[in-house]
Design a protein around this ligand. Sequence first.
Ligand SMILES: NC(=O)c1ccc[n+]([C@@H]2O[C@H](COP(=O)([O-])OP(=O)(O)OC[C@H]3O[C@@H](n4cnc5c(N)ncnc54)[C@H](O)[C@@H]3O)[C@@H](O)[C@H]2O)c1
Ligand SMILES: [Zn+2]
Ligand SMILES: [Zn+2]
Length: 345
Amino acid sequence: MRALVYKGPGARQLEERPKPSILQPEDAIVRLRRTTICGTDLHILKGDVPTCRPGTILGHEGVGMIDEVGSAVRGFGPGDAVLISCITSCGRCEYCRKGMYSHCLDGGWVLGNRIDGTQAEYVRIPHADFSLHHIPDGADENALTMLSDILPTGFECGVLNGKVEPGCSVVIVGSGPIGLAALMTAQFYTPATLIVIDPDRYRLEIAQRFGATHVLAPGADTVGAVKALTDGRGADVVIEAVGMPASFELCEELVAPGGTIANVGVHGVKVDLHLEWLWSHNITITTRLVDTVTTPRLLRAVTARRLEPAALITHRFRLADMDQAYDTFGRAADSHAVKVIIEVS
Ligand SMILES: NC(=O)c1ccc[n+]([C@@H]2O[C@H](COP(=O)([O-])OP(=O)(O)OC[C@H]3O[C@@H](n4cnc5c(N)ncnc54)[C@H](O)[C@@H]3O)[C@@H](O)[C@H]2O)c1
Ligand SMILES: [Zn+2]
Ligand SMILES: [Zn+2]
């Protein structure tokens, strides 16, 4: 089969690899129909993710069809159409039983990281019963591919952890795929004010189309502008969807007394926590690695067309054109890419 392989920092290659086979009775082999590229894949390629060793097939998102299942798999069989969760979960360990699949003692984020991933014609999915979801026949596979990672991430780490409520004010810092996923799913709760901040004008235009009430480029007066839109208080919910010291520190300045900063961004360096003023503001700061516990609900919302994540897809490629797909996704500021879809079969 063809697969996109991480070859060490700065290097990747489309290669011929053996088709995966069942290693454990709980495994399933999925033939990919659609996959996509995540910002995290770019982090791996920069060498920022040491758990991903050279030789690993990249990718942790996708939709496909079951090719084969191990003897212990109960919920799926050959020919079933499935959504692959970016988080693998055994369903039995202490963390899984608390709904913290991201910390599963025999799973978590392993696909395209510790084990071969989804940017290939076939992938082996461990603990298939808990790590796959049935999808309806005839469903929009491109739209559902957005449910492997970015929709549950924006919803769980941003909207649910941030406690978005009807009539509240929300600021989302960062209008990339994750910030936009938070923007889409925040609207389940009808916040009154939904401000998106990003230096990229094109991404702000998208945010406006997706329901932001106000958009701002970060600058000298960002805090003043947000205060002016929130009766001088700041926002009840501030969602950090960038992962840099400057963007997190901005969140600290934007949160209203009693509010929540919901961090989604992956941080590579330390960030200052300004307790010299926040100590008295009754705020909450949350962090989370996506658990994908909300995937079944999001799947129903998409199937019922209450949520339209296909709108995030800006480019389409074939697996053979993976180089071009990475190049386009990696130059998002110039190419205006948000999510790219890879048609595998
Ligand atoms: N917690 C989790 O489980 C989880 C899962 C997936 C991704 N992530 C992280 O979420 C973050 C966002 O992911 P993405 O794919 O949308 O990334 P992205 O890089 O595509 O988007 C980030 C956006 O932030 C904007 N930005 C940069 N500096 C800014 C600033 N100072 N203020 C406001 N905006 C700024 C950029 O222009 C860009 O549009 C990343 O750090 C990613 O690693 C976390
Ligand atoms: Zn991802
Ligand atoms: Zn587990």
